[in-house]
Design a protein around this ligand. Sequence first.
Ligand SMILES: [Zn+2]
Length: 123
Amino acid sequence: MEKSTTFAQMHELSIAQSIVALAEEHARRHQALAIEEIEIEIGRMAGVELQTFAFALACAVKNSMLEKARIIRHDIDGEGRCAECDDSFKVETLLSPCPRCGSYAVQLTRGKELRVKSIVINK
Ligand SMILES: [Zn+2]
């Protein structure tokens, strides 16, 4: 139990550090002094524990250009489409069957996002 928790936190922390690095790279390329705002999209099916991630990001922004930035996070619900009956529906887990016909041939159409949507810099 202890071990898997540590591993999960490392996973979220490395994602948070990548986001900070990406934002700083963007800011430097545009000769910015600071980053005012960053918008991040995370799907609920992306394998990211959102509370852990929020904590990891708060750590990762310290002493970075993002330290005073407003962080806007969009959590995106999972959405699937059934390959059998073509129905679209909300997905809670990766092993959910189609609620209409019960098929497991479900393709995830939303919810795996993990990206920076926008960055506002201050020159
Ligand atoms: Zn179906």
